[in-house]
Design a protein around this ligand. Sequence first.
Ligand code: ZN
Length: 279
Amino acid sequence: MRHALLVSVALFIAPLTDLSAQELTIERVKDGLYVIFGSGGNVGVRVTTEGVILVDDKYPQNFEEIQRLVGTVSNLPVRYVLNTHHHGDHSGGNAQYLPLAEVIAHRNARDNMVRASQEGQPRIVFTDQTSVYLGGVEVRAYHMGTGHTNGDAVIYFPDLRTVHGGDLLHGTAPFIDYANGGSSKGWVTTANNILALPFDTAIPGHGAVMDRDDVAAFRNQMEAVRARMTQLVASGMPAGQAAERIRAPELSWTMAAEGLFMQRSIPGLYQEIAAEIGR
Ligand SMILES: [Zn+2]
């Protein structure tokens, strides 16, 4: 009975509640740098004396709330938006920002948006690295290799020793987007490239703010998951058993309740490793 009651309440509330428009919160990371949590990817907010630089812009329906929260930490307008990659929970606000600001992404991220007919395609792209200079502050964007996709940007705030890694860093478990050029092997190299930067604080695409040790642990788990899958594939395990057999308590991603890693990344990881070792 209790269960039935919950269901009927949920049905009653559902039409009034839009989960993707859930309340957002803004928190200070360092002086001049904030992060907006909730609904979609974490948004970096770099405040300068000449305007605001955003890293990612969540979903289209979050635009007004992002603008309101930016207004609580700066009186100046958003002048630039840097996209960490093309996924709609990170670039969904682009179409509404393009009349107000310059939106910048890696060339491959823009290509992925074009292929998916996404709105809000950036007018400016980069390949290896670019920088925005505003109000005496530099915000640098690097493409450090493949990983989550083939068009990931790592955003670096040199004066604050902080990075925004987009979905190259994830608080729960990563998604390897093979359909858009993602790669676990590339991800290890890219994570090492991030670790080569002088930083002490990292904003992930989803989840709580990290430190250097958290980023190293993320890299280590990517290596450990790859090693375990390599062992399983080499033993002759069929692809259909990969999701079950790779589970291990010491690999938190394989135990994550969300299941995103297991359902969305494991089949492709099997294929990637099988190709690597020629099985
Ligand atoms: Zn993503």
